[in-house]
Design a protein around this ligand. Structure first.
Ligand code: ATP
Ligand code: MG
Length: 267
C-alpha cells in the first residue's frame, strides 16, 4: 500500500552525492584518485560539516557541488536536479580567497549582489555590516594587495554572506583567523543560519569546530577520500560556547578523533 508522503519526505534534499568518484590525471600521466564512492544526502536547512586529513578530497567535493569541477563517475544533485555548472545562488568561501585586485574591499564584497542585480544601497549596508563583523570596516576602501592573507579571507567571508544565500559552501573559512574572531564568526554563522534557514556545508580541520557547528559531521579517510563515518550531533540548539567544555561534547570529539586515527590520522 502506498503511504502518503509527509512534506519532509516529499521535499528533495538540498543536495546529494551518490557513488561519486573523482580521478585526476596528473602531469606525469599517473592517475590520482581523489574521491572514492562518496555518497550522502543533506536536508534543506541542515548544517553539515566535513573533516578529514589534508589531501583527502574535501575541496574537490565542495568544488564538484559548486559546479566548478566534474565528478568522474556518480551523481551530484542540487535541489533534486543534477549539477551541470556553477550556480549564482550559492555562496562560496574558497580555501584561498579569490578577490579582484582592481576593486576595493567593499566593491569586492558587493560583486555577488551586482551579479544578481540587487538594490545596491541595501547591499552596501549589508556589506558594511558584515565587514564590521569580520573587523574590516576601516578597510572598506582599501585594495586586496593592502591586506594580509587573513584579512583577505575575511573579505571572502563577508562576500559570501552578503546575499543571504540559501546554500553556503565554506572551505576552511576560519583557518586564518585568530581564536577570538573565529569564535565570533562561528556564532555569527549559526545566527545567519537561524535567520535565513540556509543549508550550509563547511569544511574544517578542527574537530571541535565541526562538532560545534554541524547538525551532522561527515568524517573522511585519507586519500583516496571516502566517507568513513557520519556523526549526528545531538546537542541542544542554540549551541553556546559553554557547550564546548561539557563531557558530552568531549565524548563526541574523542569518538571522531579515534575514527580518524584508525583511518590514518588527521594530518
Ligand atoms: N586539479 C588537480 N589536478 C590534479 N590533482 C589534484 C587537483 N586538485 C586536487 N588534486 C589532488 O586531489 C587530492 C585531493 O585534493 P583536495 O584539494 O580536494 O584535498 P583537501 O582535502 O581539500 O586537502 P587540504 O585539507 O589540504 O585542503 C590531492 O591528492 C590533490 O593532490
Ligand atoms: Mg582543501
Amino acid at each position: 500500500m502506498n503511504m502518503p508522503l509527509t512534506s519532509e519526505q516529499a521535499r528533495p534534499p538540498a543536495f546529494s552525492f551518490e557513488q561519486v568518484h573523482k580521478i585526476f590525471r596528473s602531469k606525469d600521466g599517473a592517475d590520482v584518485v581523489a574521491l572514492r564512492d562518496v555518497g550522502f544526502e543533506v536536508r534543506q536547512g541542515e548544517f553539515i560539516t566535513v573533516v578529514g586529513p589534508s589531501g583527502c578530497g574535501k575541496s574537490t567535493l565542495l568544488r564538484i557541488l559548486a559546479g566548478l569541477a566534474r565528478a568522474s563517475h556518480g551523481q551530484v544533485t542540487l535541489g533534486g536536479k543534477p549539477v551541470t555548472g556553477p550556480s549564482r545562488d550559492i555562496g562560496v568561501v574558497f580555501q584561498s580567497p579569490v578577490l579582484l585586485p582592481w576593486r576595493t574591499v567593499l566593491q569586492n564584497v558587493l560583486v555577488p549582489a551586482q551579479i544578481q542585480g540587487r538594490d545596491l544601497k541595501v547591499a552596501t549596508q549589508r556589506a558594511m555590516h558584515y565587514l564590521e563583523l569580520v573587523g574590516l570596516e576601516k578597510f572598506a576602501t582599501k585594495y586586496p594587495s593592502e591586506l594580509s592573507g587573513g584579512m583577505q579571507q575575511r573579505v571572502g567571508i563577508a562576500r559570501a554572506f552578503v546575499n543571504d544565500p540559501m546554500l553556503l559552501l565554506m572551505d576552511e573559512p576560519f583557518g586564518a583567523l585568530d581564536a577570538m574572531t573565529r569564535e565570533t564568526m562561528n556564532l555569527e554563522l549559526l545566527k545567519l543560519k537561524e535567520r535565513t534557514g540556509a543549508t550550509i556545508m563547511l569544511v574544517t580541520h578542527s574537530i571541535p569546530e565541526a562538532m560545534f557547528l554541524g547538525d551532522r559531521v561527515v568524517v573522511m579517510s585519507p586519500r583516496p577520500g571516502r566517507v568513513t563515518q557520519i556523526v549526528a550531533v545531538d546537542l541542544p540548539a542554540p549551541r553556546t560556547l559553554e557547550m564546548i567544555n561539557t563531557d558530552r561534547f568531549g565524548t563526541y570529539v574523542s569518538g571522531i578523533r579515534a575514527n580518524l586515527n584508525a583511518a590514518g590520522g588527521l594530518d
